[in-house]
Design a protein around this ligand. Structure first.
Ligand code: MN3
Length: 232
């Protein structure tokens, strides 16, 4: 089988995209132009209808075109003419995490990052079973891939209210973590490998209150195991 080149952005591409604003600031804009360098909505790694029937084009159009875009627009407004105006997205997240007076900036910046990451965790060619070194690592940390997939689904289903379920790399081990609202494992000293968005806006148009059905379908049919493996 040929190398899977349709699985969306590689880690390097993802990080490059995330660093674009920094590079632009470093090269072009003199520091007097605080706020002139804007964070931009990254291109989706698939067509809006490419995840059907698991996730509809309508859901993607709202989730990406309205929700994700709103986080970008809010972030740009909130950081204009502040100390965060020329920072990379990851540095803004780390600099504002846990600061109650910066919650608005943190929430929007983290949601921008979380959503860009989430899109890359989904692929129309995804699903099935993890392979290669990801499979080996999941076996080592969880016993086997079926146990991991069951635990990951359970974490996503049981996250109370809005939030995210994650597979992260913590040292040599892989772990499942849950985060609430905009919280992200980026601030926890671990490497995110996969995520599932369990805010209602991620599934309500297609699944209404049946979050478990959405989670099961995403893991079974869309999970971009290759993207996770590329991060390890
Ligand atoms: Mn979302």
């Amino acid at each position: 089988m040929s190398e899977n080149v349709t699985s969306g952005l590689s880690r390097r591409d993802f990080l490059t995209a995330a660093a674009v604003t920094v590079a632009a600031g470093a090269i072009g804009a003199p520091s007097i132009l605080h706020g002139a360098v804007k964070h931009q909505l990254p291109k989706l790694p698939f067509a809006e209808n490419a995840l059907e029937p698991v996730i509809s084009a309508k859901t993607i159009s709202f989730h990406y075109g309205k929700h994700h875009k709103a986080y970008i627009d809010n972030l740009n407004k909130l950081i204009a003419k502040t100390e965060y105006a020329d920072m990379s997205l990851e540095n803004i997240i780390k600099a504002t995490a846990g600061k109650s007076d910066k919650a608005g900036i943190f929430n929007n910046a983290a949601q921008v990052w979380n959503h860009t990451f989430y899109w890359n965790c989904l692929s129309p060619k995804g699903g099935g079973r993890p392979t290669g070194k990801l499979q080996t690592a999941l076996n080592a940390s969880f016993g086997d891939c079926e146990k991991f997939m069951a635990d990951f689904a359970n974490a996503a289903i049981t996250q109370f209210g809005s939030g995210w379920a994650w597979l992260v790399k913590d040292g040599k081990n892989l772990k499942i973590v849950k985060t609430s609202n905009a919280e992200t494992p980026l601030t926890q000293g671990v490497t995110p490998l996969l995520t599932i968005d369990v805010w209602e806006h991620a599934y309500y148009l297609d699944y209404q209150n049946k979050r478990a059905d959405y989670v099961a379908a995403v893991i079974k049919k869309l999970m971009n195991w290759k993207f996770a493996e590329d991060h390890m």
